[in-house]
Design a binder for this molecule. Structure first.
Ligand code: 5RP
Length: 220
């Protein structure tokens, strides 16, 4: 039987063909990306420099001999490879299950091409069954939670977690995300929100979807 992990490994391997030798590579965060970094190490491609969306991925990249640059030093980033918690037909995503959403969103904004690597369970018709992560400045946690409840969500503090940026995460259940672009903007307007895990204004450009029958390469 093909497991979810098998599918993650398949898409991680398939993503290697999007890597541009000799160029800086954008690398996201999560278990699928961990498998991608393993595949990168095994493939011995000419990748010497990367930017990374988390301390976790940075440590893994450095362990295989890849220099991790400050994004401020990088003007040209052809490809960013990252996973998702949910992705719809328009390639809008929910991300941030691994709490790296803010750095992920910044790198995605800089990259020319966002390649999403996901197993088939992540493909949904409507976003929102996965609780939407919202990164919040710690002193604004209760205020932001009250505002999110007014929008119809049920925010839950991911207690004990501190993001790489020193902030906290509220996971919001029960939001009806009929319009991902509008919801992304509406939540980001709340004072104290750093950003939310809706990647709608800047979604993915390519989806590598791992299914039992193999990897499908899809465009929005
Ligand atoms: C981390 C993310 C990940 O891309 C997302 O959570 C998917 O993770 P995984 O590959 O472990 O299923 O957004 O912040």
């Amino acid at each position: 039987m093909t497991t979810q992990n098998d599918l993650k490994r398949l898409v991680a391997q398939a993503a290697l063909r999007f890597v541009q030798p000799g160029r800086v590579l954008g690398v996201g965060t999560g278990s699928t990306v961990d498998l991608f970094i393993d595949a990168l190490a095994a493939a011995r491609l000419d990748v010497k420099r990367a930017v990374s969306s988390s301390e976790r991925s940075t440590a893994k990249l450095r362990a295989i001999g890849i220099e991790v640059l400050d994004l401020n030093e990088v003007e040209d980033l052809p490809v960013y490879i990252d996973g998702a918690d949910e992705i719809d037909a328009g390639f809008h995503m929910i991300k941030g299950g691994g709490a790296a959403l803010t750095r992920e969103k910044i790198i995605a904004a800089v990259a020319q091409r966002f390649v999403c690597i996901a197993d088939a369970s992540k493909r949904v018709d409507v976003l929102g069954r996965f609780p939407l992560p919202v990164e919040v400045i710690p002193m604004a946690r209760a205020h932001v939670a009250r505002k999110l409840a007014k929008l119809g969500g049920e925010p839950r503090w991911r207690e004990g977690l501190v993001t790489d940026n020193g902030n906290v995460i509220l996971d919001v259940r029960g939001l009806a995300i009929a319009d991902p672009v509008a919801t992304e903007a509406r939540i980001n307007e709340i004072v104290g929100v750093v950003t939310n895990g809706l990647f709608a204004t800047r979604g993915a450009d390519v989806l590598l979807l791992g299914e039992a029958s193999g990897v499908r390469e899809l465009r929005p």
